[in-house]
Design a protein around this ligand. Structure first.
Ligand SMILES: [Zn+2]
Ligand SMILES: [Zn+2]
Length: 274
């Protein structure tokens, strides 16, 4: 086999809304043959945060705990990332928290549109989702604003509003193009996130094949993420993620420990794995 084993840069432990302690994720990553593991707990503005978020005052403790965990697992490269919510009204608060803590990388997430969570089932019957097209429009507008803030390294789950299998009736192409152009201009990566395939009603990896192909044409790098909320899901469906990326024209993924592109593994005869 040639090429580097993958890294999973999107897992949640008990420091936000995950079920397990840090070490359990590392052990699972090693069992899965991963070379790197990045924790990316939720950082959400105080006005919208619940007990499933890592509060700003716990970020110090979180960083120290990940460093200690990394020291216990020298055979795995363990990184301390964060999945930071971008909410326009609270952007200053988020950017200040990010500036104050030396994370290895920052994932950009838009879970809130017009003040409600598009990520949680309990809001599906709320007023906000009555206009699906508006949710999608506001999502991409917010994401593009977030990317232009310059505070992030990679976009998490690029087309998250499809989570509930609610799709826009109108063409979103120009808003997607704006977001992709901003991501490329910022030199950011996007995530190929398997949670949509593994656990969400949509049953498809984020982002769609069409978006991923256009991202590749814009020379936007990809990172892999499972969005695991328990240790058992670390690296889940990564063979399919690699096949998804390959089908969209990608030959490599971005290793976040040194920001270098790594070719997807191939067998000795040159065949792709998975
Ligand atoms: Zn997320
Ligand atoms: Zn997440």
């Amino acid at each position: 086999m040639t090429g580097a084993r993958s890294g999973d840069y999107h897992v949640h432990s008990r420091f936000s809304d995950g079920a397990d302690e840090l070490d359990a994720y590392c052990e699972r990553a090693l069992e899965s043959g991963l070379s790197e593991l990045g924790f990316a707990e939720h950082l959400t503005p105080a006005a919208l945060a619940d007990e499933g978020c890592c509060s700003a005052r716990r970020l110090e403790e979180y960083g120290a705990a990940v460093r200690a965990c990394a020291a216990r697992h020298p055979e795995l490269r363990v990184l301390c990332g964060i999945e930071a919510d971008y909410v326009p009204e609270s952007a200053a608060e988020t950017l200040a928290a990010l500036a104050a803590h030396p994370f290895d990388y920052v994932l950009c997430a838009v879970h809130f549109v017009d003040g409600f969570s598009i990520d949680e089932a309990r809001f599906l019957r709320a007023a906000g989702w009555q206009d699906v097209d508006r949710v999608w429009r506001r999502y991409y507008e917010t994401l593009t604003e977030a990317v232009r803030s310059g505070a992030f390294d990679a976009v998490a789950h690029l087309d998250l509003p499809k989570k509930w299998d609610l799709h826009p009736s109108e063409e979103m192409g120009h808003l997607e193009d704006d977001a992709l152009a901003a991501i490329a201009a910022a030199g950011m990566a996007i995530e190929v996130n398997t949670s949509g395939l593994a656990r969400h009603p949509v049953g498809e990896i984020y982002p769609s094949h069409n978006l991923l192909r256009r991202a590749g044409a814009a020379n936007i790098a990809i990172v892999l993420g499972s969005d695991a909320h328990c240790a058992a899901d670390v690296g889940a469906r990564f063979a399919e993620a690699e096949a998804w990326a390959r089908a969209a024209g990608y030959e490599s993924w971005l290793r976040l420990s040194d920001r270098s592109p790594q070719p997807f593994p191939r067998t000795a005869s040159g065949e792709p794995l998975g």
